[in-house]
Design a protein around this ligand. Structure first.
Ligand SMILES: [Mn+2]
Length: 317
């Protein structure tokens, strides 16, 4: 079972493990939302993974499964709380907040596909299964390349990411550069999406006793997306009954990575939150105001949602 955002990493891990273990991969988004993840849609097809071998949200109830392996996350969304006793294993690269009684492989690598790749490379060494199939190697390699910017990004790429990617590239026969360029072009072409689709494309939420907070990861400078972005964000926030919505954007200008953060709606909680994130090293500087919402430039570009989300959870207590 993959995470709520169902990004390429999560989907690749879930599908590769499912295929290898003869289990059904569960992706908790409606099938029709796969088209919002164009790079994932393309890569699954390129790797000859039949979409009817995957269970999307509404097509199967994970509660009917006998055993579940969580990939690319280690805390269950409250909606899936009932699954806890069925979870036998967790493979993840996020901050370890796991309270499940399951076997764990939680290592802070650039991509969870590195950990799944390492596992499968080790499993496929018997005479009955001499090698990881080419298509699964390509699927996992694609996810690692996207998460580590073709292994070039200083953070969060680790030695293990490089090592596993090299092995997967060899098995798949893929040029890492060519595969990365294709995936990146698909991922960064946002012209086909409406603002609501962009907000939903890579979305996670946190629910505590005090508040429900959503996190939208967006590729592109916030001011370049739509003049009505903040109005759209407010509609999105209300439709999901969120107290706060955190917009996090990342984009490149040439080789330079930029990140931004904005909090919707404009309220007193925002200042407290910005101050807390700053105390944790986010280095937020006021950049502009769009539709009445302050946009901050996040100078510490090593921080992504992986770090910001747990910090905000700390504020919510
Ligand atoms: Mn991941």
């Amino acid at each position: 079972m993959c995470n709520q955002a169902a990004d390429l990493d999560s989907i690749a891990c879930c599908v590769a493990l499912g295929v290898s273990y003869g289990a059904t991969p569960f992706i908790p988004i409606p099938h029709k939302e796969l088209r919002l993840r164009r790079e994932a849609e393309w890569l699954l097809k390129e790797c000859s993974i039949p979409l009817d071998s995957i269970a999307f949200l509404g097509e199967a109830d994970p509660v009917d499964a006998e055993e579940i392996i969580l990939v690319d996350h280690n805390i269950l969304h409250p909606e899936y709380k009932a699954l806890a006793p069925k979870i036998t294993e967790v493979i993840d690269h996020h901050k370890d907040e796991c309270r499940l009684a399951a076997a764990r492989t939680i290592v802070q690598t650039g991509s969870c596909a590195t950990l799944v790749g390492q596992r499968l490379l080790n499993n496929y060494t018997t005479s009955a299964n001499p090698s990881l199939p080419q298509n699964l190697a390509m699927l996992l390699l694609g996810a690692i390349l996207i998460d580590t910017r073709c292994l070039a990004q200083r953070h969060p790429t680790t030695e293990l990411d490089r090592k596993v990617a090299a092995q997967l590239a060899e098995i798949s026969g893929c040029s890492s550069r060519a595969l990365y360029d294709k995936l990146w072009n698909l991922k960064s072409d946002l012209s086909v999406f409406t603002p609501q689709e962009l907000l939903a494309k890579d979305y996670k939420e946190v629910v505590t006793l005090r508040a429900k907070v959503g996190f939208c990861a967006i590729y592109g400078a916030l001011e370049s997306i739509s003049e009505s972005l903040m109005e759209q964000a407010e509609i999105f926030r209300q439709s999901r009954q969120l107290d706060h919505l955190v917009l996090m954007s990342a984009y490149y200008q040439g080789e330079e990575l930029h990140k931004e953060l904005a909090l919707v709606p404009d309220c007193s909680w925002n200042q407290e939150t910005i101050a807390y994130l700053d105390s944790k090293g986010a280095q937020l500087e006021p950049k502009s105001v769009i539709g009445g919402i302050r946009v901050y430039s996040q100078k510490n570009t090593d921080y992504s949602r992986k770090q910001i989300l747990p910090f905000i959870k700390e504020i919510l207590g």
